[in-house]
Every structure is written in structure tokens, then in C-alpha cells.
Design a protein around this ligand. Structure first.
Ligand SMILES: [Ca+2]
Ligand SMILES: [Ca+2]
Ligand SMILES: [Ca+2]
Ligand SMILES: [Ca+2]
Length: 393
């Protein structure tokens, strides 16, 4: 029963459209698959024309006759007659495709044109049509004698967007950047590529990455790189160390009004690179050793005798690390008797002995502590704290 009720209005609608066009409220059964197009897009057009379904058992065609032609045109170029074919033997719906072929233009700034403008084809899927940057595609169909249906859709360029997939990456992660520029879908039936410059604070020249279209007709481009802390940039590998900003730059040479056709703009995205090693594991802080000024290990301690507090630190990372190393002595009241620090930088995997002298002035028990921070102003611990107790007589 439900099917029956749905069928009735459709038949009435079709009959109305076929016989008595209402010119105050024009019947325009021509549809485009997008509200606007770029200069090298594929345009899919659908026309509802049930009265042209002349054979319920065959795929019918429309538009390819001299008496009732379909014209696909811009203000400068046109394809006529252009054949549309029925989507099913009894659908009454007709469709066709036209690929826009743009105009001569260098779309990526390399000095060469990237398009092959041409106007050719007779439908339903083989047509190419030249278009300008600011244009429109118009379909006109002599639907019945003296009744011409038309529908237009705008063509323009678009400002691209560029973005890293995250705001922050770990240094051992793959890093992806995405550019959306539908104007660079230069061939809607093949995967296109665009160049993106990717660089870091540590390598400002960086690399040129070929970003690949996600599908034949998407206009969305993704490129992926890896980072190295120890090797120079090459291919899809960028030299960058934790703490760097990385940047991706895309030049859009296909800009809409009010830009001129020859303008280009630079679009930039940035992200932060964080070490994949947690801060507390970046520097290995070894046990404290206590010695006299000749380096001999001490087991007993007495007033007014200088002792050396000796620590050993190792950089666990593939890159340089600056640090501040603290020596602190506390008495049995937990008050600080002495504090000193050393500022420095460790190369990748470098081990360093650090020492500080101290002369006990009073007998008693003392706690000696060492710890390592990122900097005086950034008390992020880069390694575990070490502690030992001594008795001074
Ligand atoms: Ca048919
Ligand atoms: Ca070019
Ligand atoms: Ca493409
Ligand atoms: Ca563009």
C-alpha cells in the first residue's frame, strides 16, 4: 500500500513537467553533483526527463539530436550536441560527465603549464571543456519544442589549507601533513601530486615532500615524513631534534578573486617535536662517589677535611642535551649546608664525571643529594635523584 501512495505523486509530477511548464516557477530538472567546480574538475550532470524514456526496455539517449540538442557551455566554449544516457532501462533519468580542462597556467610555480586545455567530445562521458578561472558551466536542453531548460553552476579557484595531522609529535613518530587544494586535482581520473616544503628549527632548508592525492578525484593531498636526530635530511627524512618546531609550507598558485590569476600565497603549518624518551629517562644519573682530592675513595670523613662529591651522568638520547647538575648537602636538621651546580651540555650518548668539593665544618650526619634538571629556570628532572648518607667525626 505504501508503495502505491508514493507512486501516485511521482506520476502526476512527471505528467505536469512534460506537458505544462510553469514559467513563473520554472521546472528545472537539471542537477549538478557539486554546488561549484574547480577548473579541472569532473562535472556530473543529471537530467530528469521521464517523457524521454521512450522505450521502457532500453537505455534511451537524449541531447544528441539536432531537433532537441543539449549544449554544455561556458561563455567562450561549448559542446553541442552532447549526449546523455538513461541511468536504467526504465528510469527516465539521464546523465553525462564532462571533464573541465582549464586554461594554460603554471599551477605549481615550476615555470611550466600544468593543463591541456581542449574542448572536444559528444558525450556521455568523453567530453572536455575549457574554462577560465571565474566562469560558469551552463547546460541547456531543448526539452520540448520551444521549451529550453537551462541550469548553471559556477567555476572558480579556491584558497588551499595546510595542516599537520597533530599539533605535537614524538620524535620517533611518522609525521603527516595534509593540504586541501581542489584546484590541484589536475586530472580527476588519476592520482595527482603536489610539492610541500617541510623544514625544522634544526634544518631550515629542509626537504621537498611530494604529497599524494588521497583518491583520483579528492583534491586532498597527504605527505608523510620521518624524523632523524642523527642523520641529515634526505628523501622523506627530516633532521630535527626534540624541542624543535617543524614547518610545512605550500604555495597556492590557484587563488580566487580578489587575487589576480598570477598571484600566489604561502600557506604554513607548524607542529612541535617532543622527545619520545620521557624526561626522567633522558640522563642516567649514577651513584654518588666520595673521594679525596686525589680521587681515592673515602670511607670515613672528618671535620675540616675536604671531600669530593663525584657524580656520573650519561645522555641516553641520540642528540645533544643541556643540563644543570646539582650537589646538595643537608644536615640532620634537614637544613641545606651547601648547594652548588654545574651547567653543561652532553653530546649524544656521552658520559661525563662531575664533581664538587665540600668541607664539613661540624661533626654529625649529613645527606648528600645529586639531581639533574633541564635548566635553572625549568626544574624538569632529566634523571633520577641520587642520595647517600655520611657521618662526619
Ligand atoms: Ca528507457
Ligand atoms: Ca607547473
Ligand atoms: Ca586527481
Ligand atoms: Ca588553490
Amino acid at each position: 500500500m505504501i508503495d502505491f501512495f508514493l507512486l501516485i505523486p511521482l506520476l502526476v509530477f512527471s505528467a505536469f513537467a512534460q506537458e505544462i511548464p510553469d514559467y513563473d516557477k520554472p521546472f528545472a530538472p537539471i542537477f549538478f553533483d557539486k554546488p561549484s567546480y574547480s577548473w579541472t574538475d569532473k562535472v556530473k550532470i543529471t537530467i530528469l526527463a521521464p517523457s524521454w524514456n521512450t522505450n521502457k526496455n532500453l537505455i534511451d539517449s537524449i541531447g544528441d539530436t539536432e531537433s532537441h540538442p543539449i549544449k554544455v557551455s561556458t561563455s567562450e566554449h561549448s559542446l553541442k550536441p552532447y549526449r546523455f544516457t538513461e541511468t536504467g532501462v526504465n528510469s527516465g533519468i539521464f546523465s553525462a560527465e564532462v571533464i573541465l580542462s582549464g586554461f594554460l597556467h603554471d599551477a605549481n610555480g615550476d615555470g611550466n603549464f600544468d593543463t591541456t586545455p581542449r574542448t572536444t567530445g559528444s558525450g556521455p562521458n568523453n567530453g572536455f571543456l575549457e574554462v577560465d578561472r571565474d566562469s560558469a558551466i551552463t547546460i541547456s536542453f531543448e526539452f520540448a519544442d520551444g521549451v529550453v531548460l537551462t541550469e548553471s553552476v559556477p567555476v572558480s579557484w579556491n584558497v588551499a589549507t595546510i595542516q599537520f595531522t597533530n599539533e605535537e609529535f614524538f620524535s620517533n613518530e611518522q609525521i603527516s601533513v595534509k593540504v586541501i587544494d581542489v584546484d590541484m586535482n589536475l586530472n580527476p581520473e588519476a592520482i595527482d601530486q603536489i610539492p610541500i616544503q617541510v623544514y625544522s628549527d634544526s634544518d631550515v632548508a629542509g626537504i621537498i615532500l611530494d604529497a599524494t592525492e588521497t583518491s583520483e578525484n579528492s583534491g586532498v593531498f597527504v605527505g608523510t615524513i620521518s624524523l632523524s636526530q642523527s642523520s641529515t635530511s634526505s628523501g622523506n627524512r627530516l633532521f630535527s631534534i626534540p624541542g624543535d618546531q617543524v614547518f610545512a609550507k605550500y604555495d597556492d598558485y590557484t587563488l580566487p578573486k580578489p587575487y589576480s590569476i598570477s598571484d600566489n600565497i604561502e600557506l604554513l603549518s607548524s607542529a612541535t617535536i617532543d622527545s619520545s624518551i620521557p624526561p626522567i629517562e633522558r640522563i642516567e644519573n649514577s651513584f654518588i662517589k666520595l673521594s679525596d682530592s686525589f680521587g681515592n675513595e673515602l670511607n670515613s670523613f672528618s671535620i675540616n677535611n675536604q671531600l669530593q662529591i663525584v657524580g656520573t651522568i650519561t645522555n641516553s638520547q641520540e642528540h645533544k642535551q643541556s643540563f644543570v647538575y646539582f650537589f646538595q648537602v643537608k644536615n640532620s636538621d634537614d637544613s641545606t649546608e651547601s648547594i652548588a651546580w654545574i651547567r653543561g651540555e652532553l653530546n649524544a650518548h656521552q658520559t661525563l664525571d662531575v664533581s664538587q668539593s665540600w668541607i664539613p665544618k661540624k661533626s654529625g650526619d649529613y645527606q648528600i643529594q645529586t639531581y639533574v634538571w633541564n635548566s635553572i629556570n625549568d626544574p624538569t628532572a632529566l634523571g633520577p635523584e641520587m642520595s647517600t648518607m655520611i657521618s662526619v667525626n
